[in-house]
Write a protein that binds this ligand. Structure first.
Ligand SMILES: Cc1cc2nc3c(=O)[nH]c(=O)nc-3n(C[C@H](O)[C@H](O)[C@H](O)COP(=O)(O)OP(=O)(O)OC[C@H]3O[C@@H](n4cnc5c(N)ncnc54)[C@H](O)[C@@H]3O)c2cc1C
Length: 446
């Protein structure tokens, strides 16, 4: 059965190859992907050949592109989302305090509630995403794709820089004992410690927040957290972040509208100063002239042809997700860096359609939560110093001595809600034996 499917694919791939050489564009109405049923799409189809194709421009894709370029090898990076340029007073990112179309990846608006069986219905989505009820979002190549499954709701990022655009940026290096407790034996902690952790720290310009910021009014919430943790007998320390804190200090001086100092950075930092992948690895990679990064290139299928070359099938869209053209890229090497969910999805699709031989039976299994817990901490009478909380993360408390029970707790700001709800956010992350096990399995979404 698989063999038959594969023969069909290879036939399809060979047929597609006949459409044109590099840059040669021809309009077709026939199906152009291994199992493409969208024969109604009357769009141009073209083909290109590259030595290396990288899917995704987050940490995985950005670092791969830079390292290839440093080795003198050119690559093509395919990113489904858009660029999110920042700078003082920019209004690039949506704000958690006023969500708009920029927050959500357009395909999620189609899929939520329809493709995932036991997933939350579309009516529940506003609550899950903290959106006002009844909100209607226009389709846009937005920042987050919520993927719901029976046991998990996963936020998959989109855009040049991937998750680094929206992540908090807490950059903690584990101890050797903790690392060896959870990581596969083949990865050498001493080498990581000597070479790779320092390299990342330098690239992301990781720094802790200055006291001048922490002592300012809107950071009272961080100070209260530190005091209470100390009082309870635990250690407290500043969390290293990939942030140029001078931006936050300049906000205090009124040189730019607040983004850090009012905690409104959960969906990207408009003012800049965050050393996300787009302004670090990707920027350096592009400066070499050896990296061709294409935005709004959404990979739909991957396949391996009989000669061992990879075929990457792409829908090129506009910012609202409207299909403009289809492309088929052939490469000698393929780097899959579309994030854990979307990489798995592409591989499962290839497995289901028999387009890549030899994929392991365990593909798509072993999924679980990362054991993080996000809770709120309320002080109904005294609060935390007002409605505005400086962010994103200043302090944390690490309890790492026993690898079996090691955990970290940090305080993160709430976005400005317009009123003081005397509550802040706490995130606890630790090591759980249940991590990555249990009945959860990512379903193929073809
Ligand atoms: C809210 C939040 C907070 C976080 N906080 C922290 C933190 O404080 N510290 C920390 O270390 N980690 C944090 N993380 C985790 C961290 O962001 C991820 O581990 C990291 O971004 C993963 O990098 P990646 O390259 O594997 O994937 P991603 O960053 O997800 O990048 C994948 C890229 O591939 C693109 N892509 C996906 N599918 C396709 C397709 N079909 N075609 C083309 N392109 C595609 C996406 O658009 C995206 O740009 C946080 C994550 C989130 C969501």
């Amino acid at each position: 059965m698989v063999d038959k499917k594969r023969r069909l694919l290879l036939k399809g791939a060979a047929g597609a190859t006949a459409v044109g050489m590099l840059g040669n564009v021809k309009t077709v109405t026939a199906a152009v992907t291994p199992a493409d049923s969208s024969t109604t799409a009357d769009v141009p189809v073209s083909e290109e050949t590259h030595r290396v194709v990288i899917i995704g421009s987050g940490f995985g894709g950005g670092i791969a592109a830079l390292r290839f370029a440093e080795a003198g090898i050119s690559s093509l990076v395919l990113e489904r989302g858009i660029r999110w340029p920042t700078g003082p007073n920019a209004d690039t990112f949506p704000r958690a305090s006023s969500i708009d179309k920029r927050a959500i990846w357009y395909e999620a608006l189609d899929k939520i509630g329809t493709s995932l069986g036991a997933a939350p219905s579309i009516d529940q989505v506003p609550g899950l995403l903290n959106l006002p009820l009844g909100i209607k979002l226009k389709k846009f190549a937005g920042l987050l794709e919520p993927v719901f499954n029976k046991h998990m709701a996963i936020m998959c990022p989109s855009g040049v820089g991937g998750g680094s655009l929206v992540y908090q940026g807490m950059t903690l290096q584990p101890t050797k004992a903790l690392f060896e407790r959870v990581m596969p034996a083949g990865i050498d902690y001493d080498q990581m410690d000597r070479i790779y952790y320092p390299r990342v720290t330098a690239m992301l310009k990781v720094k802790t927040a200055p006291d001048a910021l922490i002592n300012s009014p809107t950071y009272q919430v961080a100070r209260i957290f530190a005091e209470r943790v100390t009082k309870a007998g635990y250690s407290v320390e500043k969390i290293p972040m990939p942030i140029d804190w001078s931006f936050a200090l300049r906000e205090l001086k009124g040189e730019m509208a607040p983004a850090y100092t009012n905690g409104d950075a959960a969906l990207g930092v408009n003012n800049g100063g965050k050393h996300s992948v787009d302004v670090t690895y990707i920027a350096q990679a592009e400066q070499t002239g050896l990296v061709d990064l294409r935005v709004l290139h959404n990979v739909t299928h991957i396949a391996r042809a009989g000669d061992g070359k990879w075929k990457v099938y792409v829908n090129v869209t506009d910012e609202s997700g409207t299909l403009l053209e289809k492309k088929i890229f052939t490469s000698t090497a393929l780097i899959m860096a579309a994030g854990s969910v979307n990489t798995t999805k592409l591989l499962l699709r290839a497995k289901g359609q028999g387009t890549i031989p030899g994929l392991p039976a365990a593909l798509g299994t072993g999924w679980g939560t990362n054991a993080d817990r996000i809770v709120t901490w309320s002080r109904p009478f005294s609060g935390f110093g007002g409605a505005i909380q400086g962010g994103p993360v200043i302090y944390g408390s690490k309890e790492w001595d026993n690898p079996d029970t090691a955990n970290t707790i940090i305080q993160a700001s709430l976005p400005p809600l317009g009123k003081d709800i005397k509550t802040t956010m706490m995130v606890g992350f630790g090591i759980s034996d249940k991590r990555g096990t249990g009945p959860t399995m990512l379903k193929p979404m073809m």
